[in-house]
Each structure stands twice: as C-alpha cells, then as structure tokens.
Design a protein around this ligand. Structure first.
Ligand code: UFG
Length: 336
C-alpha cells in the first residue's frame, strides 16, 4: 500500500459511522495519521480501527477549538450528519441543528485552523426531482426535503467561505452509498436501518419480508432506480480529493456514482443470486419524497481526480454487504 499520507494528520468527523469508519481504515492504510471526532449517536467506537479518537459533538465549539489547537490538520473530512429524508420532513429542527448549525461550527474551526482544507459529504438529494435521466453537477438544485436543503445550504456557505477566506473545499454529492469493506472488517450498522440493501439482506437471512416502496413508477419494472456506489470506491474518491486539494483553490462540487441505475427489483434479484436465498417481499405504497430515478454522471470526478470505481458491479456491492450482514445475523442468532 502506498504511504502518500506519511506525516499527514487528517480529522475525520463522523469517523465512527458507516462511511467514516471505512475512510479511517483507508487513510491509515495509506500512511495518514487520523483523529476521529464522533459523538457516537449513530457511530460505533469499535468501528474506528485505529488513530486517535475524540468523543465529542460539533455543537461543542470549545472542544473543537481545543482540537484544532492540539493538532495541525492537513485536511478535514466531514461525514457526521443526520441522513433520513423522511425524518427530516417530520423533524426539520434536528436536521438544521446537526447538518447546518454544527457544520457551521466546524467551518469556523477549519477556517481558523490555518490550513483550511475540507471535504464535505453532500448528497444527490440536493438536486430534487431529476429533469433528465443522468444527472451531472450542472443540474439545477431544488431539494425536496429539509435533509437535502441542509446539505445545499452548507454547500452555499462553504462556497462563500472559499471565496472570502481561502478555504479549499470539495463537496462530494453521493448517490446511493452501499456495500461493505471488502476485507469484511466493517459494514453498515445504522439504527434504525432504512436502506434497501441491508434491509433486504436481513429479510433474506431472517426469512421476514421487506417492503418494496411502490411498483407504479415510470421505470422499466415500476420500482425506483438508483445508482449504488461501493463505500470503498467512495472512500477512494475522498482520498484522491484530499491529495488534490493542496493544488486546488476554491470550492468544487463532484458527483460520486457509477453512472448505472438498478431498480429495487434488480437489487433484490442480485441479493437472491449472491446469497442463494429468496428475499420475501411485501408490496407497499410509495415512500414520500422518492424520485423515480437517480443516476449520476460522475465524469467530472473521473477527469479531475483520476477516480475509477473498482467495485461497480451490483453483485460485488451486494456480495460484500451480504458477507457482513450474514456475520451479524449469526451473532444475533447466537445471542438468542
Ligand atoms: N426501498 C424499498 N424498501 C425499503 C427501503 C428502500 O423499496 O425497505 C427503496 C426506496 O424507495 C428507494 C430505494 O429502495 O427507491 C433505495 O432506498 P434507500 O433508502 O436505500 O436510499 P435512498 O435512495 O432513499 O437514499 C439515499 C441516501 C440518502 C440520499 C439519497 C440520495 O440514504 O441520504 O440516497 O440519492 F439523500
């Protein structure tokens, strides 16, 4: 493994969560020193496989200042945030507190830290209802939920900070993050879990049905189409962005996806093929706020960063997630 990060220290906010924990592992493998900052509201301490760990909340400005005082960061990656679209509609305060106000605290600290480089986890949710089949970064942003709006607001603030204070920022708009660590050390452990792949895997292993949210969309089989991107490929894009930032001034937005769409039914078929088990399903109504189709044009990330996703096949994404979920299922059964 290359040691491009030797001598460099990176702050990973939300590094105990799903994507953040994979990121910490990848950074350590590339020679970086890491400081994980997490309030453990959704993350898991045992998912942080090395480096320093600070148990803290972004609402605590004093603690943030202390950390920036203690360490000289070469970059900051911000994964912490609330991620459920439906919940954000019911309880927007949480989303504007966590995703907007707390991120403003972080931006303030990054700005004062002296080496202002930030990689922000944004989302395809900033686009809203797609106007075309494949979405590039020039697609208008009209988010449909407080979740999407909170991400877009941070992007707008970060752009202003880049212009006024010289911050160097990549805002990475994820499509559907999925899969698990190819070595099997880490995976998706949200509570509650709302994402299709882990829920459908649990349904296959536990023989309890999962629900398909709507089969009357204007897609080939009537179910929603999404662009699933392997968590390891997402992390690789972050690492490349981190290495690019010293050369790049200003604020940059990049889509991260494979550019290939799979319907809910196609994902379930891939799960059945990979696990050899049937996924029991119930057909349910549409879930509010779900666009029919969200597929990325991620050519800009490829051109700018030289990023090449390695695990684009849906079967590979599902196989890695299945290996992790099967172990959890066995543990749950052993625990009774
Ligand atoms: N789905 C089901 N049944 C389930 C869960 C999901 O049919 O039990 C369907 C959804 O309706 C959707 C697809 O499976 O069509 C994928 O749903 P996920 O919940 O896995 O992911 P989303 O596309 O809703 O959301 C993800 C991220 C969001 C982000 C969004 C942007 O979780 O944070 O992608 O594209 F905003």
């Amino acid at each position: 493994m290359s040691q491009v990060g030797a001598g460099k220290t990176v702050l990973v906010v939300g590094g105990a969560g799903y994507i953040g924990s994979h990121m910490v592992k990848s950074l350590l493998a590339h020679g970086y020193d890491t400081v994980t900052f997490d309030n453990l509201s959704n993350g898991h301490r045992d998912a942080v496989l090395g480096g320093h760990f600070v148990h803290g909340d972004l609402a605590d400005r004093e603690l943030l200042e202390d950390i920036f005082e203690e360490f000289d960061f070469d970059g900051v990656l911000h994964f912490a945030g609330s991620i459920q679209v439906g919940e954000s509609v019911r309880d927007p305060q949480v989303y504007y507190d966590n995703n907007l106000a707390n991120t403003l605290n972080l931006l303030r600290a990054v700005r004062r830290g002296g080496n202002p480089k930030l990689i922000f986890s944004s989302s395809a949710a900033v686009y809203g209802e797609p106007r075309q089949a494949i979405i590039d970064e020039r697609h208008p942003c009209a988010p449909l939920s407080p979740y999407g709006r909170s991400k877009l607001m941070v992007e707008q603030i970060a752009r202003d900070f880049a212009q006024a204070y010289g911050l160097r920022v990549f805002s990475l708009r994820y499509f559907n993050a999925a899969g698990a660590d190819p070595d099997g050390d880490l995976g998706e452990r949200h509570a509650p879990e709302t994402h299709l792949i882990p829920l459908a895997l649990r349904a296959a292993f536990a023989r309890e049905p999962c629900e398909i949210f709507g089969n009357d969309y204007s897609t080939p089989d009537g179910t929603c189409v999404r662009d699933y991107i392997h968590v390891a490929d997402l992390c690789e894009a972050h690492r490349l962005a981190l290495e690019y930032l010293p050369r790049a001034g200003g604020f940059h937005v990049l889509n991260l996806g494979n550019g290939a769409g799979y319907s809910v039914r196609e994902v379930l078929s891939a799960i059945e093929w990979v696990t050899g088990k049937t996924v029991p399903i119930n057909l349910g109504p549409r879930r509010a706020g779900d666009p029919a189709r969200l597929v990325a044009d991620a050519k800009r990330a490829r051109a700018m960063l030289g990023w090449r996703p390695r695990y684009g096949a849906i079967e590979t994404i599902v196989a890695h997630a299945a290996a992790f979920e099967q172990r959890r299922h066995q543990h749950r059964r052993a625990a009774g």
